[in-house]
Every structure is written in C-alpha cells, then in structure tokens.
Design a binder for this molecule. Structure first.
Ligand SMILES: [Zn+2]
Length: 130
C-alpha cells in the first residue's frame, strides 16, 4: 500500500502538542517530521552579491536549515529549506520494506525526510483567483 504525507502548519506549541498526541494514539500513522519556520525576517536587504551568489553577510544555521543575516542575525526572506528536527532513530514504528536484489544480501529500507523545501512567496500567490 502506498503512503501519503501531509504537512500541517501550527502557529503555537500547544497545537503542536495536541496534534502529536492525537497522531501517536493512531495505530497506523506516525510523525516523521517536524520543522521550525521563522516568524520574522531580516530587513537589511543585502543577502545577495552583485553576481547573484550568496553574500558573505549570510550564513546557515545547520540545525534549523535557516539562512540568516550575519548583521541582524534574523532569517533572510529568500531562505527556502527547513531541516527535520526528528532524527531517524527517534521515529516510532517507521515504515520499512524488505528488499532482495539478485546476488545481494537481503536489506530493509525506509524513507527519511531530511528537510523540506519551503521557499517564501509573495502573499498574492495565496489569494484565490476569481
Ligand atoms: Zn539583517
């Protein structure tokens, strides 16, 4: 049976805890990812150099995946990747499938979401077209 993933955005930690408790009660669903998005952005405006390459005024916070401005230390608006906060070994009852390739020892594989691509978009992109 194929699996599906949904992505739900929560604005507060209480809602996250309630959703996690609800999912953990389920015998067939599991939480495989949790991502932290920023709630504010840098407004310095100098994150890209003249040749389009990342400027030295930005750096990445490896644990979160955020790219931040090194002047004000806030996330830059063009950041686009969030790192999964749940380590593979901390996923309860992960989906795995046994495979047997010709001439190879049996193996078992699962899926792990390293991170998600979540680029910022202008708010007009979320408006319904009439
Ligand atoms: Zn800044």
């Amino acid at each position: 049976m194929t699996g599906r993933y949904i992505l739900i955005e929560c604005d507060n930690d209480t809602e996250v805890s309630l959703l996690k408790m609800h999912v953990k009660k389920s015998a067939e669903n599991r939480i495989i990812g949790e991502f932290i998005r920023p709630d504010t952005f840098c407004s310095c405006g100098n994150w890209t150099s003249e040749n389009g390459q990342p400027a030295v005024t930005q750096t990445r916070i490896q644990k979160l995946g955020w790219r931040i401005c090194t002047q004000c230390m806030k996330p830059i608006p063009v950041m686009d990747f969030l790192v999964n906060q749940i380590k593979p070994q901390d996923i309860e009852k992960p989906f795995t499938e046994k495979i047997q390739l010709p001439g190879k020892a049996p193996s078992e594989l699962g899926f792990y979401c390293v991170g998600i691509s979540l680029p910022s978009m202008h708010a007009s992109a979320f408006k319904k077209q009439s």
